[in-house]
Write a protein that binds this ligand. Structure first.
Ligand SMILES: Cc1cc2nc3c(=O)[nH]c(=O)nc-3n(C[C@H](O)[C@H](O)[C@H](O)COP(=O)(O)OP(=O)(O)OC[C@H]3O[C@@H](n4cnc5c(N)ncnc54)[C@H](O)[C@@H]3O)c2cc1C
Length: 310
């Protein structure tokens, strides 16, 4: 991992740096490239705009590692209201949650119950709840909770990170259960014993896993798997496999983040490729934003320019 990336990932967990950064006007301006606003209204407004271009969405309120169940219950209440608000949008935005935002660090059983409330409520409007994957120490418990809830409800999906050495086996187990999967490269700082360090290895692992996911989905899946990457070279390789193997155009959907590769979102959707954009919103954007900077340290240039032109 490059020094710029590891320094930025370290910054994403530093409270002092967060306090220095988050209240500055230039910071809000820089972050607005990736987040349409702090309230859910801005996120749903952006979802409405994207829908005009046949782009589906998934919305997520930023935040992680809440420190009380009362806070977690507020998050659940918030998402229940979002599911109601999203009811009239076409296509209906999915929601994506972090289990530590639903209280995982505090009470496992209560977290399962929060998640079940969301998944049951989403089912009433034919909607889907995605579970984000967090740092590697949460993978076992996240998959256990996913499996528990998935055994009762079809409308829940989970994220897998290609950089983890364990993921091929997790993918196999999840596919055997008929799970809905979003595949990403992985956004956290992990030791080499747990995750691949070189980008080339991560890219190769991602392609391998995406092909397995596609092969499985081509046989019919109730909810399309998400191939979540902005790596257009990788997507082109996957597309080549799809064509060679005769997979239908709607075997999987491509998922990208709001504000990253916007022109590509439009191009893919116009070409009839199922496309979903993840829209984040909320006040707790610092750690999330700095992880986005770490993915492309060149983005730090945008922050510096925002400082100069504020
Ligand atoms: C829908 C979605 C959900 C996600 N959920 C999770 C999750 O639950 N857990 C998790 O660990 N990670 C998650 N991620 C993040 C993911 O792990 C990667 O960190 C992120 O997608 C960047 O990797 P990449 O696949 O785009 O490839 P990269 O190799 O990082 O990027 C490929 C190219 O895309 C462009 N690009 C990528 N990132 C940026 C950026 N920030 N700014 C500008 N250009 C950029 C650049 O041109 C870059 O060369 C999610 C990503 C998406 C799209």
């Amino acid at each position: 991992m490059g020094i710029a990336r590891s320094t930025l990932l370290w910054c994403s967990r530093n409270r002092w740096i967060e306090n220095q950064f988050r209240h500055r006007r230039f910071a809000k301006k820089a972050v607005s490239r990736f987040i349409p606003g702090e309230d859910v209204g801005s996120a749903l407004g952006a979802a409405r705009d994207l829908a005009k271009h046949h782009i589906a969405t998934v919305v997520t309120q930023l935040g992680e590692n809440v420190s009380s169940m009362a806070e977690a219950e507020q998050v659940t209440k918030h998402y229940l209201a979002v599911l109601d608000e999203a009811r009239d949008l076409q296509p209906r935005p999915h929601i994506s949650v972090k289990l530590t935002q639903l209280g995982l660090d505090i009470d496992r059983a209560a977290t399962v119950s929060q998640l079940e409330q969301l998944v049951s409520h989403a089912a009433t409007t034919n909607n889907v709840v995605w579970i984000d994957m967090e740092g590697s120490n949460y993978v076992d418990i996240t998959l256990e909770i996913h499996n528990e809830v998935r055994s009762k409800h079809d409308n829940v999906g989970v994220c897998l990170q290609a950089y983890l050495h364990r993921t091929p086996k997790d993918l196999e187990d999840l596919l055997a259960m008929g799970s809905t999967i979003r595949l990403v490269k992985g956004a956290y700082q992990e030791p080499p014993s747990v995750a691949m360090a070189s980008k080339r290895d991560v890219d190769a692992a991602f392609l391998d896993l995406a092909i397995k996911l596609g092969e499985h989905a081509a046989r019919g899946a109730p909810v399309k798997p998400g191939i979540a990457t902005h790596d257009t070279a990788l997507l082109a390789q996957l597309e080549k496999h799809a064509v060679e193997r005769g997979w239908g155009k709607d075997t999987y959907e491509i998922q990208m983040l709001y504000g990253i590769r916007r022109r590509e979102h439009l191009r893919l959707a116009a070409a009839g490729v199922p496309m979903r954009v993840l829209i984040s919103y909320g006040e707790a954007w610092f750690a999330w934003y700095v992880r986005r900077l770490a993915e492309r340290p060149a983005n730090v240039g945008f922050v510096l320019r925002s400082m100069l032109w504020r």
